[in-house]
Design a protein around this ligand. Structure first.
Ligand code: ZN
Length: 176
């Protein structure tokens, strides 16, 4: 069986008060807040705290009747879902369906920036809402290009340093 999961993209926590929650993640653990945004379309305020290639995401509902608000009312603050980045979301969903797993989204939803997401029902995951996420190809290509450029630049810097070192050794680096 091929590996479907690439990495943990984010862990989403539902909170009553985002400022108070930041008191723990930011002030207690020293995590940096990369983004704080009121998202009316999702009826919530969201905060993102990156940890290397993953993020902790805090969600505070701003209305009473959204899914997240009802979740908070029913279960209290805490873990809302974990998001796994997968290599191929369609293939992952097909595999889960073939195994009889209950999916909330049978086909991926297209989110902001063209990224594809789908949720798996907690009934099949033993109690945790799981989000699947496939990064848009363009983003992957951009990241790969950035990485390649960085390697080339670092290589150039190292080559220059090595040349300087050799020039100094042979005395050619000193003009006077
Ligand atoms: Zn999420």
């Amino acid at each position: 069986m091929p590996p479907f999961v690439k990495r943990i993209d984010h862990i989403a926590l539902v909170v009553e008060d985002i400022e108070k929650a930041l008191g723990f993640w930011q002030d207690g653990l020293g995590m940096k807040l990369s983004h704080l945004e009121d998202v009316p379309s999702e009826q919530s305020i969201v905060a993102f705290l990156p940890a290397k290639e993953s993020e902790v995401e805090l969600v505070q509902p701003t209305t009473e009747d959204s899914g997240v608000a009802r979740y908070l009312k029913k279960r209290g603050p805490g873990l809302h879902h974990i998001c796994l980045e997968v290599y191929d979301i369609e293939a992952t969903l097909a595999q889960l369906k073939a195994k009889g797993m209950r999916l909330i989204n049978e086909t991926p939803e297209i989110g902001t920036g063209g990224k594809k997401i789908a949720f798996i029902h907690p009934e099949s995951t033993h109690g945790v809402l799981v989000e699947l996420y496939e990064q848009e190809l363009q983003i992957r290509l951009d990241r790969a290009r950035e990485f390649a450029e960085r390697v080339i630049n670092e290589g150039q810097t190292m080559a220059n340093a090595a040349l300087d070192y050799l020039r100094n050794l042979t005395g050619n680096g000193k003009e006077n």
